[in-house]
Design a protein around this ligand. Structure first.
Ligand code: SAH
Length: 239
């Protein structure tokens, strides 16, 4: 079965957008995954096709109505085994391991919020899993949904050139990736670390591992600790 993302949005014209070019776009064109962007407004019932209303209890902005959004979710009639996600700054921050899980499944339904967000009752009633792309606030869920889809799609079988390119990169082992180099041999007076041009694969692997560990310890002590290693030393790593 083909991996499929079903997006519920007030701006379906934003899709495929960046997902229509490069790696994800080629994969989309060749049928390695499917994208369906559905207009929430199509489920509006009144003459003005309104989808939002003022927040109960007062305050600024507008809130997406529970009844309209629930109708839009139901109209998408997705299989019960598909994850139902809501892009939300209150959600659990997206990680590579969740991306791997999502990529291995049938593909999610993704609700994109707008305005002040969506009525809590539809989150509860439709069992939406809130997913965040970071501790900052976007104006809508679409760009967040694109980030999630992009991260999943590159892991689908046949999408990346070499099977290996997904295995050895940032977060794959709870570590950040080592620095990469390519030609020219010298750039503005800066060479390439000698080991990388030595042809000694074992030494290259050891160097990369050490660099990955040093970067992770210094830049992401949270990841390093989660990996069950000791605390970062103060000053032994690169800046
Ligand atoms: N008032 C809300 C923010 C609403 S932003 C709050 O303070 O929590 C409007 C929409 O953008 C949200 O409903 C959500 O779908 C999306 N969004 C904003 N920031 C996001 C983030 N960091 N991750 C995922 N989605 C986000």
């Amino acid at each position: 079965m083909t991996w499929r993302a079903t997006i519920l949005t007030l701006f379906p014209e934003m899709f495929p957008g960046p997902l229509g070019v490069s790696l994800a776009g080629k994969a989309l064109a060749s049928g390695l995954w499917e994208l369906e962007a559905r207009d929430i407004r199509a489920s509006a019932t009144d003459r003005h096709r309104s989808v939002d209303d003022t927040p109960a209890g007062g305050g600024p902005g507008m809130v997406l109505r529970a009844d309209i959004l629930a109708a839009a979710i139901d109209a998408a009639s997705i299989a019960p085994d598909r994850p139902r996600l809501l892009m939300s700054p209150r959600g659990r921050p997206l990680t590579q391991s969740r991306v791997v899980e999502l990529a291995a499944g049938p593909g999610p339904l993704i609700v994109c919020g707008r305005f002040e967000g969506i009525d809590q009752r539809v989150i509860d009633a439709r069992g939406l899993e809130e997913v965040s792309v970071g501790d900052y606030v976007l104006s809508g869920g679409e760009i967040a949904a694109m980030a999630l889809c992009d991260a999943c799609v590159r892991l689908l079988p046949g999408v990346m050139g070499k099977e290996a390119s997904g295995a050895e990169e940032s977060f794959s082992e709870g570590l950040l990736e080592y620095p990469q180099y390519t030609r020219p041999q010298v750039f503005e007076g800066r060479g390439i670390p000698e080991i990388l041009t030595s042809g000694d694969h074992a030494k290259v692997a050891a160097w990369r591992r050490a660099e990955s560990e040093a970067l992770t310890r210094f830049r992401r002590p949270d990841l390093w600790e989660a990996k069950g290693q000791q605390k970062p030393p103060k000053d032994t790593t690169r800046g």
